[in-house]
Each structure stands twice: as C-alpha cells, then as structure tokens.
Design a protein around this ligand. Structure first.
Ligand code: ZN
Ligand code: ZN
Length: 349
C-alpha cells in the first residue's frame, strides 16, 4: 500500500487545500480505515467560512470532516474482536476516555476528556485513510449504502434528543428549524411514531422540503407568527414536544409558549447568544421539562438497526453528491448555497 494519502487540509478561513499526507499507522487498539463516504456537516462549513466555531479556532492546519464510513484495511494487534478486514464501519467521532464517572455511567458524551474528530486541532475524516480506536467504529450491514451510513452521525443527534425527552408514539411534536438537523429530526420523529409533526422555518423552499418529507404542518415564521399559528392548529394547547434546532435565541425562547402543559423541550441548536430572556413562569406553570442536547451517546447501534430493517429512511435528505477530489469546491459551493442544500455527501471511490 502507498505510504502517502490525499487529505483536505483547512489552513484558515476559506483556505482548504488538497494535500499529500503520510498514511496513518494502525496502533494496537486501532483499525485503519479507507474512507468510503463522508457527509458534510454544518460545522465543517462554519469552520471553512469563519475559521472558528465556539471555543474551537483553526490556528494551525487540520483536516475537517466527521460523518464518515470507512472500509477496514488493517486491524491492530490488540483491537477487540468482531470485525474483519473488508468490513464497512461507521465512525462515531467523539472518542471518550472510558474511565471517568460520566463514561462509566454511560453518558460518555459528557466526558471532559472527549477527543472529537475534526474539532481543531484534531484531524477528521476528509482524507483517504484514518486510523482510529476500534471502540469508535460500528459495523455497517450490507443492506445500508455507504452514503446513508455517513448520515448516522447527524441522525444520532436527533435520536438522542428524542430519547432524552422520552418521546412516545402517538404524540405531537414541533420542530423549530428546517435545516439539515431539523429535517433529519423530522424523519426520526416519523420513525418514532409521532402522529403529528409541525415544522417551523422562514424559508419557503425548506418548508416545502419538510412537507415532501412528511411534515403534517409547515409554519412560515417570516412574519414572526409561529406561536399563534401553532396554537391555532392545536386548539390552544401546543404540542407535547418541541425540538429547537435553530441556533437562534429568539426561536429558542419561543419553545415554552409552543409546548403543551406537562410537555418537554429539547434544545439542540446552540443559540447565538449565551444568555437571553426566557419565560420561566410558563415553565413552572406548565411543568415543562427542558433538556440540553450535547451531541449523543449510545445511539449509533439503534440507528444502524433502524436503517437496516427499513424503519428509518434517510435517503431523501441527500440533496447533492460529489467526489472527494472536488472537496475544495464543495466547501465553497456549500457555504454560498446553504439554503438550497440539505445534506451533501462526498464519495471517495
Ligand atoms: Zn456534524
Ligand atoms: Zn470519560
């Protein structure tokens, strides 16, 4: 096997370059993967546009990408059994310490020492090869195409949100935001047996996409009338659940007015303001449960099996397909076409 590989390296704002890098070695507890398919995440686009995201700053060149499927080409001598060369696997990109109290109680997404692929300076998956802990990969059954496997990571965020608020079939949900995560949450809510799904956005094309994907009601909030419209649909009651994927503090603060008495709110998007007015009285009066969603834990196997048996279909969320050799143009395209792109997948074959 060749010793060098191609990797897409972000040097700073709008400066992504295809470069040659040494192919990583496979350590004892690791598997070496040939990357087959990548999904493009909003965070990759954000790093490309701004050179930073929250506390993470691109201050030295690094490789973005963390929604990936790879094929095993080598297995380390001490890697746990159960996989063989040639198997396709989905990468779970948050690698926890596995020894702290949070890890041991199973909430490993809260591990303070988690290493997350593609959060600078940690290299991600926009490369021909990656070598990664055996514990960080999940077998992908042959029924699931690689490009769908690459969507397991973003779908995990949606599933974790629904799991955290204990979603039960037959109830109603409002999803704030019809971007990629909002739309994936819609598909996931359908798979969970939610009876009525209302989705809110300001952009008509996103709302018509949501309709196409099975939303019961689409609400155009360009005139800021979302709360009134939802209360009108629900006879003044609101919906049992509200999932906020917008990353907008204004939208986030609307959730308590939209949720039913005794209902639950999951906050998935990071609001652009770290603090803002929030209607505490409604929370108390309606006994609302509010949970924060920080990535996910323990959901990859669940999503892979939902995909395998056909309970979940993510294919309709893919809007564009590109080749890995085009990745520099893909990032530029995605950052100028955010409203017309849902999920972009990148094929490495
Ligand atoms: Zn992502
Ligand atoms: Zn830990």
């Amino acid at each position: 096997m060749e010793n060098m590989m191609k990797a897409a390296v972000l040097h700073g704002k709008k400066d992504l370059r295809m470069e040659s890098r040494p192919r990583p070695a496979c350590d004892a507890g690791e598997v070496l993967l040939k990357i087959v398919s990548n999904g493009l995440c909003g965070s990759d686009i954000h790093f490309f546009e701004h050179g930073k995201l929250g506390p993470f700053i691109v201050d030295k060149p690094y490789i973005p990408g963390h929604e990936a499927v790879g094929e095993i080409v080598e297995i380390g001598s001490k890697a746990k059994p159960g996989l063989k060369v040639g198997d396709r696997v989905v990468i779970e990109p948050g690698i926890p310490c596995n020894t702290c109290a949070f890890c041991r109680e199973g909430r490993y997404n809260l591990c303070e020492d988690v290493v997350f692929l593609s959060a600078p300076p940690v290299d991600g998956t926009f490369a021909d090869y990656i070598s990664i802990s055996r514990d960080a990969v999940h077998f992908l059954p042959q029924e699931i195409p690689s490009e769908i496997g690459a969507l397991v990571e973003p779908a995990s965020v949606a599933a974790h949100a629904l799991n955290r608020i204990g979603v039960k079939p037959g109830n109603t949900v409002t999803i704030l935001g019809a971007g990629p995560i909002g739309l994936i949450t819609l598909l996931m809510a359908k798979a969970y047996g939610i009876s009525e799904i209302t989705i809110v956005d300001r952009f008509a094309n996103r709302l018509s996409k949501a309709k196409e994907l099975g939303a019961s009601h689409t609400i155009d909030n360009s005139d800021n009338s979302a709360v009134e419209q939802i209360l009108a649909i629900t006879h003044g009651k609101g919906t049992k659940y509200v999932i906020d994927t917008t990353g907008s503090s204004l939208m986030c603060a609307l959730a308590p007015s939209i949720v039913m008495r005794g209902g639950s709110i999951a906050i998935v998007g990071w609001p652009e303001k770290s603090s803002f007015p929030y209607p505490i009285e409604s929370i108390i009066e309606k006994e609302i449960n509010i949970v924060g969603i920080n990535r996910y834990c323990n959901v990859f196997p669940q999503i892979i099996s939902m995909l395998k048996v056909g309970q979940l279909d993510l294919s309709s969320i893919i809007s564009h397909r590109f080749k890995f050799s085009e990745i520099c143009e893909v990032l530029a395209f995605a950052s100028t076409n955010r409203l017309n792109t849902y999920k972009i997948v990148i094929d490495h074959e």
